[in-house]
Design a protein around this ligand. Structure first.
Ligand SMILES: Nc1ncnc2c1ncn2[C@@H]1O[C@H](COP(=O)(O)OP(=O)(O)OP(=O)(O)O)[C@@H](O)[C@H]1O
Length: 250
């Protein structure tokens, strides 16, 4: 195995084409990238550049048309749905726009649900800590319908962090949050990658959110065209402005 395949999330020559014939859309056009252990990476790019597709393919939620994805050292090609589900349960957490909260369960029950499903014993003190840090300490017994959109998003974030998954995929995790809560959540994600060695991949449109990451990967027309280590909000905004005016040569 080559060293690059050791990364917890590894994409090699990943192409994703939706549809066929003249209306086929190449959403990913040969992406090779390793998300290194314990790093927090933001994925950015213009609308339609392939960010969500990259996240879905990397997480095994969508199958590439060609190329390879491996998660936690396991190549995904050829795994059946059961094996994929088990692999994700063991190693992966998600913060996606559709919150997927269970309406009949309380905040705390929602947060520990993935652990329960995986047959793991929740670390009660850590669960309490995480719920408090996303600002829902007073709401642990509420149900999702009794919460605002931003509060529901924070439950999803607490749920992703509660199990200390090796890999977390986040799609616009702070999109519905006010600035202060967003700052807390981003700091929490950054702390988790640094302190607990979690590998976090976050799609965002927000240069300030991206500045919390260790690096930013920029997509244009389904290709990685630029990478910024140690990003600042201003630096990221400048790259984005430049890229939105650029067309990738074919
Ligand atoms: N299920 C699908 N069927 C057909 N085309 C799709 C499908 N999903 C995505 N696409 C197309 O693939 C391209 C990449 O889409 P994707 O959602 O990955 O972009 P994105 O960078 O996440 O965009 P945004 O920032 O607007 O959310 C777009 O041209 C989109 O229209």
């Amino acid at each position: 195995m080559s060293p690059r395949q050791q990364h917890p999330v590894q994409l090699t020559g990943v192409r994703k084409i939706y549809g066929g014939g003249p209306s086929a859309v190449t959403a990913l056009d040969g992406v090779s990238y390793g998300f290194a252990e314990g790093t927090f990476t933001a994925v950015m790019g213009p609308s339609g550049s392939g960010k969500s597709t990259l996240l879905h393919c990397a997480a095994g939620l969508d199958e590439p048309t060609s190329g390879e994805v491996s998660l936690a050292g396991t190549p995904l090609r050829g795994l059946d749905e059961t094996a994929l589900t088990e692999l994700r349960r063991e190693h992966v957490a998600f913060v996606f726009q559709a919150f997927n909260l269970m309406p009949a369960l309380t905040v705390r029950q929602n947060v520990v649900l993935p652990l329960t499903l995986a047959g793991r014993e929740p670390d009660a003190a850590w669960v309490t800590d995480v719920i408090g840090r996303v600002g829902l300490g007073e709401r642990t017994k509420h149900r999702p319908s009794e919460l605002s959109g931003g509060q529901q998003q924070r439950v999803a974030i607490a749920r992703a962090l509660a199990g200390r998954a090796a890999i977390t995929f986040a799609d616009e995790p702070t999109g519905a949050l006010d600035t202060q809560t967003a700052t807390e959540v981003l700091a929490l994600l950054r702390d988790q990658s640094r302190a607990a060695g979690q590998t976090i991949v976050m799609v965002t449109h927000d240069p300030v959110a991206a500045s919390y990451a260790d690096q930013v990967v920029f997509l244009v027309d389904g290709r990685i065209v630029h990478e910024t280590p140690a990003p600042t909000g201003e630096g990221v905004a400048a790259v984005l402005a430049k890229l939105s005016r650029t067309k990738v040569p074919t």
